[in-house]
Design a protein around this ligand. Sequence first.
Ligand code: ADP
Ligand code: TYD
Length: 209
Amino acid sequence: MTKGYFITFEGIDGSGKTTQLELAEKFLKEKGYDVVTTREPGALEIGEKIRNILLNYNGVVSDKCEMFLFLADRAQHVETFIKPALESGKIVLCDRYTDSTIAYQGYARGQDIELLMKLNNIAIRGLLPDLTLLYDIPTEISQQRIGKEKDRMESSGIIFHEKVHQGYLTIQKENPARIKKIDGTKSIDEVFEETKKIILQLIQEKRGV
Ligand code: ADP
Ligand code: TYD
């Protein structure tokens, strides 16, 4: 049993996750909570090296290699950072987690979803988020927000990103208790009002247990 709360932030590139995660961190810290933020891929030293390959390598990266690298990063991240932080009672806010692998490597790259779920489970050893916030924006807006400077994943094209988008919506429908969808097209402040409401609800529920 973990004592802290584990909240993940998901969505297509440019959906506003990182902006909302940072606002949530500030808000929760001001309320006196012990909060840490982290991200995937690339939270730790090994992760930073894996991230560099995943996002910046110029040559061919096979789909299976990509899949295993994201999972390898996650296994290390859970074991050496997320789990200890939760056990010491912290609120962990994580930019991307297991749902990214299902949406990107599964729905968009076409890897077997059942297999990915099993591999995800091996990597996380049961450590699912208490809450996942999914920021939903149309792919066209995402492309405008990303701009011209694209990394390897962002350069995968509009069709790829549309598959990621649809994949996320499917994952949300299959996990409505854990994953809450938020309209990411509204202003940053409006989106944060919704983010705050859902996070406070989780804290209240957990307290009630
Ligand atoms: P992500 O982490 O999902 O890739 P970011 O939070 O980094 O997204 O936001 C991507 C870009 O979009 C940034 O320039 C950010 O300032 C902008 N942005 C974030 N949220 C909104 C919003 N609700 N409306 C308009 N622009 C936004
Ligand atoms: P990042 O710069 O962190 O993107 P963003 O700011 O949009 O979150 O890059 C992470 C990229 O890696 C992003 O395109 C999504 C992708 N990704 C996967 O394909 N699978 C995964 O399991 C994870 C964690 C990320």
